[in-house]
Ligand binder design. Structure first.
Ligand SMILES: [Zn+2]
Length: 418
């Protein structure tokens, strides 16, 4: 049975913090990037070789470690769907069919223990179903792919229902379901799921946000407002920045009027929550500038800022995003380890996002340095996460990131970035 507690990212855990960044920052000279990449941003054979070797080594350790993992956790966040997603990624990067076979093995395990309760990509059943649909599709097992898609779409009704008590955030809410539909379309490379499905979810999320903004008297400052477990979270995983990142995506059917009248002032409200350091609080009203994670703080908010810059222009969005990158560089090598959700690998994706936007080698350099940190996996005295081999807390996520480092311009924070 399912007695697992929810994955609430360690907002209250105050013992963590960063390890001092030991690396010299980018100096703007070819000398400092020597050994990492050339002037076109192509990785040197030496550095790519180090990444490849470490990927192979960590994969073997992960496979061994997974023998003692929770057999009944289907999720992308800590369970089998996350491992399947890693192998699907490795198949996409390397093109080796053995990786696709591994993805099939793990996603099949995942499908056998669905939560029957949660609906999102990362913590619910949409992740297993979406990853399975893609794996079957790539194996040309059409009927099984269609079966998974139909099961996935059957959850849609409950997600858009106005009176449902479903939250709106990424890990357990509407946006976490929406991601699974976009994932399908990206991986199938066609509009397999009609965009109306996505638009209906955005409509429901906006209605929910307007409603709470009024009820909580935020209307004047932020026309949209979202909560999760009675708190107004700010970051990418549970909060406002993650939700607005999706609402600002072109083609999701949010009208120009809503983008200007509702989303933009709400994004600007998040911008005003910035600490003097450039970091962001985990929740509205929390004045402690402690957490620099994808789930809480600048490494997650940076995606909202970059998207706002693309959609609305406005140099302040870009300068806030650049400031996020400074915070990540200074404080992003975490005692919590090397994972995606609250670890060095996840934080490095913030640099890759800025590199993709600006093509400034400084950000590729910084991502490479965080990758080097991950090459020394386990040597910094970091704590061991609860699920040490999982995609979002553990080793699978680090491997996912190292593989993305082989193709920086195509990199995407998994289960989130579009
Ligand atoms: Zn986290």
């Amino acid at each position: 049975g399912q007695s697992k507690s929810l994955s609430i990212c360690g907002k209250r855990n105050m013992e963590q913090r960063a390890i001092k960044n030991p690396y010299r920052d980018y100096e703007g000279t070819p000398v400092c990037t020597q050994g990492l990449f050339d002037q076109q941003g192509r990785l040197t054979p030496d550095f790519a070789g180090r990444l490849n070797n470490k990927i192979g080594e960590l994969l073997a350790r992960m496979e061994n470690g997974l023998k003692s993992a929770d057999p009944g956790d289907c999720t992308g966040y800590t369970g089998w769907a996350g491992i399947a997603l890693l192998y699907l990624h490795l198949y996409n990067v390397y093109g080796e069919s053995s990786f696709l076979q591994k993805a099939l093995d793990y996603v099949s395990r995942s499908l056998r223990c669905l939560t029957r309760r949660w609906v999102t990509f990362l913590c619910g059943d949409a992740g297993p179903l979406a990853v399975a649909a893609v794996v079957y599709h790539k194996l040309q097992r059409k009927q099984e792919a269609e079966d998974c898609l139909n099961q996935l779409l059957r959850l849609h009704q409950s997600v858009v229902k106005g009176d449902s008590r479903l939250p709106d955030e990424m890990l357990y809410g509407r946006m976490g379901y929406l991601y699974s539909l976009v994932f399908i379309n990206q991986q199938f490379q066609q509009e397999k799921i009609p965009m109306q499905y996505i638009q209906l979810i955005c409509d429901a999320v906006i209605a929910s946000g307007e409603n709470l903004s009024k009820k909580s008297r935020h209307q004047e400052r932020s026309p949209l407002m979202y909560e999760w477990y009675q708190e107004y979270y700010v970051g990418a995983a549970h909060g406002l920045a993650g939700i607005y990142y999706f609402l600002m995506q072109p083609g999701f059917g949010v009208s120009e009027d809503k983008l200007v009248r509702l989303v933009k002032p709400s994004v600007d409200y998040v911008c005003q929550l910035k600490f003097p350091s450039g970091n962001f609080p985990p929740c509205i009203g929390d004045t402690r500038d402690l957490l620099v994670h994808w789930c809480h703080g600048s490494p997650g908010v940076i995606y909202m800022l970059i998207q706002a810059y693309k959609v609305y222009g406005g140099e302040h969005y870009l300068s806030d995003a650049l400031q996020c990158a400074e915070v990540i560089w200074q404080r992003g090598l975490l005692k919590k380890g090397y994972g995606l959700c609250h670890g060095a690998a996840g934080n490095a994706y913030g640099f890759l996002a800025l590199y993709k936007l600006t093509q400034d080698p400084k950000f590729l350099y910084r991502a490479c340095k965080f990758a080097e940190w991950c090459l020394d996996y386990g040597k910094h005295g970091c704590r061991t996460p609860d699920t040490p081999f999982s995609l979002f807390e553990g080793m699978a996520g680090t491997i996912y990131f190292l593989a993305d480092m082989l193709q920086p311009l195509r990199s995407k924070f998994p289960a989130f970035e579009l």
